[in-house]
Design a protein around this ligand. Structure first.
Ligand SMILES: C[S@@+](CC[C@H](N)C(=O)[O-])C[C@H]1O[C@@H](n2cnc3c(N)ncnc32)[C@H](O)[C@@H]1O
Length: 348
């Protein structure tokens, strides 16, 4: 933990003298992480999570609890989801303290055994234009697929403003409609992509038939996002009727074999979104990128811009704060809203 340096005005002796004192602040870094989450991620998305995350950032007691966990498990999203899993969303910060005091060990167990596997099918809104220019039919492989909901861009409906796309509506399943605000000139196709083979790969695939895992998945949608939750549930209904094969494995070691199993005659596409941040070493991310690029598959990446600095450096315009960078074969093409809600296309 980095000590924080505070500048204090000395009040004894020469009153005009400014002394610089080093004060150890054991919670500075984690407090800043929660404050940043409140302001940059939750604000405008979930009033309750913005309020609670700010409360956590100011509570030595809650921060002390969090520092008993490994750094990877101190994530705001994980803590808030674990609290919600055990007792529901607390009304206020005092209630959050009560929950943590009463459930310390259960909370620790949940945070040590579960991960934030948020599966956001609305991210297909930014995948569809990226697939549009490829030779069809496609074989879609998603790494870090979670429950596999992003493997079905051809089964959902989209509203891009002037342009709308929808699959044929079956008697039992109404597709979720994902709205995506666009700027620039993204290649929105007139037809949905033709995907005839799909597979996911995940360290811990989520089963759509497991009620416990479904409750966790739904609990990862933030309070106040009722529409997002109902779209998630609609996507789950569709995908559950014909569940994809999501293989348990690591993107660093098990992807190549999966790519080699793509049937002949299909264009293999490897896609990932909000995944490579879980691979902490830059050299491992770069090895992954080299492997995919050498595999003959089309590589579509939708990640925070810091994940692949070599791709980010190719963007000539300004970085769009809080957005993911969409790239095709290592070439950046758009800034995207992290939940697929916006697409600012600047690619060719
Ligand atoms: C935040 S979720 C994103 C899920 C999905 N891509 C989406 O956009 O909705 C990240 C997923 O990546 C998976 N993951 C993390 N590291 C991985 C690795 N090394 N290999 C395979 N999957 C991984 C996690 O288990 C989790 O399901």
């Amino acid at each position: 933990m980095n000590p924080q340096v505070r500048h204090l005005v000395g009040l004894s002796g020469d009153r005009s003298r400014t002394e610089t004192m080093q004060v150890q602040d054991p919670y500075g870094q984690i407090s800043a992480r929660y404050k940043k989450f409140a302001e940059a991620e939750a604000r405008g998305q979930s009033e309750q999570y913005e309020y609670l995350a700010r409360g956590i950032s100011e509570s030595p007691e809650l921060l002390a609890f969090l520092t008993t966990l490994p750094e990877a498990c101190q994530q705001p999203n994980l803590f808030l989801a674990a609290v919600r899993w055990i007792e529901g969303v607390p009304k206020d910060v005092a209630g959050l303290h009560d929950i943590v005091r009463a459930n310390r060990s259960t909370l620790r167990d949940v945070m040590l055994t579960r991960t934030t596997q948020t599966n956001e099918p609305a991210r297909c809104s930014v995948l569809v234009p990226a697939l549009a220019g490829l030779k069809q039919p496609l074989a879609l492989i998603e790494v870090g697929a979670s429950a596999g909901l992003c493997l079905f861009p051809d089964h959902y409906a989209y509203d891009y403003g002037k342009l709308k796309l929808a699959p044929p509506i079956g008697p039992a399943t109404i597709p979720p409609l994902f709205r995506c605000q666009i700027t620039g000139d993204p290649p929105i196709p007139s037809r949905l992509p033709q995907i005839t083979w799909r597979r996911g790969l995940d360290l811990n695939p989520i089963s759509l038939d497991n009620p416990d895992q479904m409750r966790w998945l739904e609990g990862l949608v933030w309070p106040g996002q009722a529409q997002r939750l109902s779209r998630l549930q609609a996507a789950i209904r569709i995908v559950r009727s014909d569940p994809p094969e999501v293989i348990k494995g690591d993107l660093q070691t098990d992807l190549f074999e999966l790519i080699t199993s793509v049937p002949k005659g299909l264009t293999p596409v490897v896609f990932h979104s909000a995944v490579l941040n879980y691979v902490s070493a830059q050299s491992d991310r770069d090895d992954f990128a080299s492997m995919v690029q050498g595999s003959g598959a089309v590589w579509i990446s939708n990640e925070a811009p810091s994940i692949f600095p070599q791709i980010h450096r190719k963007v000539s315009g300004k970085t769009k704060a809080g957005c993911f960078l969409l790239s095709i074969d290592g070439n950046p093409v758009a800034w995207t809203g992290p939940h697929g809600q916006t697409l600012d296309w600047f690619g060719g």
